[in-house]
Design a protein around this ligand. Structure first.
Ligand code: HEC
Length: 178
């Protein structure tokens, strides 16, 4: 009996050591957030928010990839929301219930800092909520200046990603095992 318990303990320990999904996903999300915010802020500071809109649109993926070079081959990643701007970020089936759960919530209103969802094919998805900061209101807030609003409508005619309040849930950054 003791022998079996030892084996089970050993298997658990070795499993925990070889499985880095949660820590990899967290590191990847941190890199993605940092690089997106840095690049967006730099562009806004240099050329203003209207110029930053198409820049963000055209550069989200390459920025994200260069931020996470070593993990890019292992995982897929992206952003999604209940109110999307780019149709390419529309939620996949596994995100829908979590979006419903978080929709309209403010930061701190849920104790979940992240979610790990198991897919039917036994792959996992890590989802981390994004909340609206002051600098996001410029392009996602309730009142958006006319020139920014016009430019957004020009590039994203079906934009739904406006009307957010400070601190409100905006969407998820997600990382999925390939
Ligand atoms: C300069 C304008 C601008 C600012 C500021 C901005 N965004 Fe966005 N946001 C965009 C654009 C444009 C897109 C569509 C990008 C794309 O094509 O993938 C977008 C897309 C997103 C998405 C992906 C889902 C979707 O709607 O397509 C999330 C999530 C998001 N933004 C969150 C934020 C957060 C959080 C902040 C503040 C830290 C922020 N944004 C600041 C312009 C902006």
């Amino acid at each position: 009996m003791k022998f079996f318990i030892l084996i089970i303990l050993f298997l658990n320990v070795s499993f925990a050591q070889t499985d880095n999904f949660e820590s990899d996903a967290k590191a990847l999300v941190r890199d993605l957030k940092m690089s997106l915010i840095k690049n967006l802020s730099e562009k806004i500071a240099k050329d203003g928010p209207v110029e930053a809109i198409p820049y963000c649109h055209a550069n989200v993926r390459p920025i994200a990839k260069s931020a996470a070079k070593d993990r890019v081959d292992k995982y897929e990643f992206g952003r999604t929301s209940h109110k999307i701007r780019n149709p390419g970020n529309a939620p996949q089936a596994w995100a829908e219930n979590y979006l419903k759960e978080f929709e309209g919530k403010k930061m701190g209103e849920t104790s979940k800092k992240f979610i790990i969802h198991q897919l039917e094919n036994s792959k996992r998805v890590y989802l981390e909520p994004l909340y609206v900061e002051a600098k996001c209101l410029l392009c996602h807030g309730e009142t958006i200046s006319e020139n920014i609003s016009q430019k957004i409508k020009e590039i994203y005619p079906n934009d739904k990603a406006v009307g957010f309040k400070l601190g409100e849930f905006r969407g998820f950054i997600w990382v999925k095992e390939k």
